[in-house]
Design a protein around this ligand. Sequence first.
Ligand SMILES: *Cc1c(COP(=O)(O)O)cnc(C)c1O
Length: 416
Amino acid sequence: MESVKDLDPEIYSLVMQEERRQNDKIRLIASENYVSKAVLETTGSVLTNKYSEGYAGKRYYEGQQLIDQVEQLAINRAKALFGAEHVNVQPYSGSPANIATYLAFLNPGDTILGMALPHGGHLTHGAKVSISGRYFDAQSYELDAATGLLNYDNIRQRALAVRPKIIIAGHSAYPRILDFKIFRQIADEVDALLMVDMAHFAGLVAGGVHPSPVPYADVVTTTTHKSLRGPRGAMILCKAKHAQAIDKAVFPGVQGGPHDNTTAAIAVALKEAATDSFKRYATQILKNAKTLADSLMAKGFTLITNGTDNHLMLVDLTNKNISGKTAAKALDKAGIVLNYNVVPYDKRKPVDPSGIRIGTPAVTTRGFKENEMLLVSSLIEKVIGDPENDELLANTAEEVKKLCSHFPAPGLEHLH
Ligand SMILES: *Cc1c(COP(=O)(O)O)cnc(C)c1O
């Protein structure tokens, strides 16, 4: 980044410090990752200079000889990888992808049914503060109070009661696998469309270690930058019969020109996601999550649903007499970065809830395996047991840095 260094030393310095931070810390935010150098390079390419409103062969600007090929490659790779009939790779991110899906099928005031935000749903699944909750009649289903699991009978009852036009399955904080087949049956019973938002677990689906929603859902939305390990962006996968409605909703419905540099980087990430090495990464994500979950439970931590089947876990810290926020802040000082999170039926407020969320994609990308996860578990226990001990936090941060120095992350090899 020599040019940035010359032109804008302030931004240069901040980016360099962020490189250091990402290198020296154990990053356990479930939605984050390290993209490959190839993805980074493509994101920073001259494709950022191009305008290409429209779709391949039907653009509103000239000079698309190469952009059309780029977008078609991304589409073809996504279709092959996920077995989808149609794919739109233009959504700027996960939230606009979801809003475009609503625009494709709903009128203002229509009813949608999604997982409640405090139970692991996303803002765009009908939260009141989101456009999805303001412009539509947003109804929600919740997790079972006793088990923390989805209760499909209850979802069915809710669907029969509110008759949604769209049922949304998907989450940002649910540690188990969704039963797409039952969701499909419920949607058919009430004549609703089924939309699956696989933003969090798309990389697991691509790696073949998680059931695919694609055969069951009318529409599947996903971010490209979480477990899928691509640039920040999103895709909408759908049945052929919905192709036109989806494409029109993305452009010109919600967006203008697509971010062609991102589209190209999505194509690169999809090529990576089709490799055996990506399958090994996806398999290891699950092993790492399970190892960490089992180890934390053995140390007396309460995990929602008693464990995990995917890349994340939700820890209820109530019995440890510490709030999620206090724990997350202390862990950050100790070099372990995660987020505080509401737990189902949380008695505390969302700004300082009872839980923390832990995800394994990023550490798996940099090469952590079961042994490192056991160490991470011990460090978490130590910090949470003594969160105001500044010396402990500083020593832990040093220990974390030393550990991380053995695991160069993609894009950060030059720091080693
Ligand atoms: C992250 C996420 C999104 C939104 O993605 P952004 O790119 O942050 O807009 C949508 N749905 C789910 C389930 C998510 O986890």
